[in-house]
Design a protein around this ligand. Structure first.
Ligand SMILES: O=C(O)CCC(=O)C(=O)O
Ligand SMILES: [Fe+2]
Length: 211
């Protein structure tokens, strides 16, 4: 019998406004989303970054031991499952990706935010992993509009140029084609916690899709 992927990637819509992105209302199967969130709520792996422009705590999945007492997490975030995610994103973006994926887990608490940035860097001679596409998975079962922490997509570096607002609704996600125009930011978190897993992929050609 065929394996059913943990990444359901259901109901996706693509948009070019203000830059290429894909909104996915249901990313994981519900049980997998619940269990992954339970892990993030119970782990002590998070470490704070000291960057006033991007305030949050984080850890890199490749750098930690996935929890032995939660064996499903190893499957949900394991190589086969990430292949499923990559395949789904290849279809949605219409590009091919290299197999490697960098997974950064982020937690924002009250007062945290990210100012407008692009994640766009020169590729030539890069000595670190610089994704051309990011897929952000939100895990926040208790999120309410009053809690803040919305992702904004902007037409420029000017906060007044906001084009799209994305609520970090539990088990939804957004894929972003990074490029010269991929301005985005996270509005301040007012209360509660906001979990996001950032999956970074690089095109097979090692080029940005919209450069
Ligand atoms: O958490 C988010 O919604 C955005 C994260 C982000 O922009 C980043 O990690 O570069
Ligand atoms: Fe970003």
């Amino acid at each position: 019998m065929a394996r059913e992927p943990f990444f359901a990637m259901a109901g996706a819509t693509t948009s070019m406004e203000p830059f290429r992105h894909v909104v996915v209302p249901e990313v994981l199967r519900p049980g997998a989303a619940r269990e992954t969130l339970a892990w993030l709520e119970s782990t002590n792996l998070f470490a704070r970054r000291e960057d006033p422009r991007r305030r949050y705590a984080q850890f890199q999945i490749e750098a930690v031991e996935l929890p032995a007492e939660m064996p499903r997490i190893r499957d949900v975030l394991g190589p086969e499952s990430l292949d499923d995610l990559r395949g789904a994103l290849e279809v949605l973006f219409g590009v091919r990706f290299q197999r490697r994926c960098a997974c950064l887990v982020m937690r924002c608490l009250a007062g945290d935010s990210m100012t407008i940035h692009r994640d766009y860097h020169r590729r030539a001679g890069a000595d670190r992993y610089i994704p051309t596409h990011s897929f952000l998975l939100y895990l926040n079962a208790a999120w309410r509009p009053d809690d803040g922490g919305e992702l904004g997509l902007f037409r420029s570096e000017d906060p007044a140029d906001i084009a799209v607002t994305v609520a970090p609704i539990h088990n939804s996600g957004i894929g972003i084609a990074i490029g010269p125009k991929s301005f985005h930011a996270v509005s301040p978190i007012k209360q509660g916690s906001r979990y996001c897993i950032n999956f970074g992929f690089i095109t097979e050609s090692d080029r940005y899709q919209d450069a």
